[in-house]
Design a protein around this ligand. Structure first.
Ligand code: FES
Length: 145
C-alpha cells in the first residue's frame, strides 16, 4: 500500500525536531483526524532556507510527508519553497494511497504558515502567499477543535 520511500521516511524521518529562535514557525491541524504538524524554518539574510525541522503528531503518511517536505525546501529560497506543493511532496515519495492524500496537505500548509510567520516578523510580503489556515478542514467543516 505504501511506497518504499514513504516507509523509509516514516521509519527514518529526516529533520525531525525543532529550531530555537526560528525565523518562522507554522502549525496546522486537521480537525477531522486530530493530527497536527509544526514546521520550523531558519532563513538567512538572502531569504534562503538554511534549516528546516518538523514535529508531527499524526499518522505515518503525515510523518513521511513532513520529512520529505523539509528535505525539499531546505536550501531553497522562500519563493521556491512556496512552490513546493503537496503534489510535489507526494511525487517525491512515489505517491500516497488516495485516502492519505489529505495528509500531505498538512505539510504544504505548515510550510506556508511558517513562511507567513517569517513574513510577518520581518514586515515583508511574499508574493503569492495567502494567509494560511490553522486547520485544513476549515473550509469544509464548521466544527473546530
Ligand atoms: Fe491525519 Fe494523516 S490521517 S494527517
Amino acid at each position: 500500500m505504501y511506497s518504499e520511500k514513504v516507509m523509509d521516511h516514516f521509519t527514518n524521518p529526516r529533520n525531525m525536531g525543532e529550531i530555537e529562535n526560528a525565523s518562522g514557525v507554522g502549525t496546522v491541524g486537521n480537525a477531522k483526524c486530530g493530527d497536527i504538524m509544526r514546521i520550523y524554518l531558519d532563513i538567512d539574510e538572502n531569504q534562503v532556507i538554511r534549516e528546516c525541522k518538523f514535529k508531527t503528531f499524526g499518522c505515518g503518511a503525515a510523518v513521511a510527508t513532513s520529512s520529505m517536505a523539509t528535505e525539499l525546501v531546505k536550501g531553497k529560497t522562500i519563493n521556491e519553497a512556496l512552490a513546493v506543493t503537496n503534489k510535489a511532496v507526494m511525487e517525491a515519495l512515489d505517491g500516497l494511497p488516495p485516502v492519505k492524500v489529505h495528509c500531505s496537505l498538512l505539510a504544504e500548509e505548515a510550510i506556508h504558515a511558517a513562511l507567513w510567520d517569517y513574513a510577518q516578523k520581518n514586515g515583508i510580503e511574499i508574493q503569492g502567499l495567502e494567509k494560511p489556515k490553522a486547520d485544513i478542514h476549515e473550509d469544509e467543516e464548521e466544527e473546530e477543535y
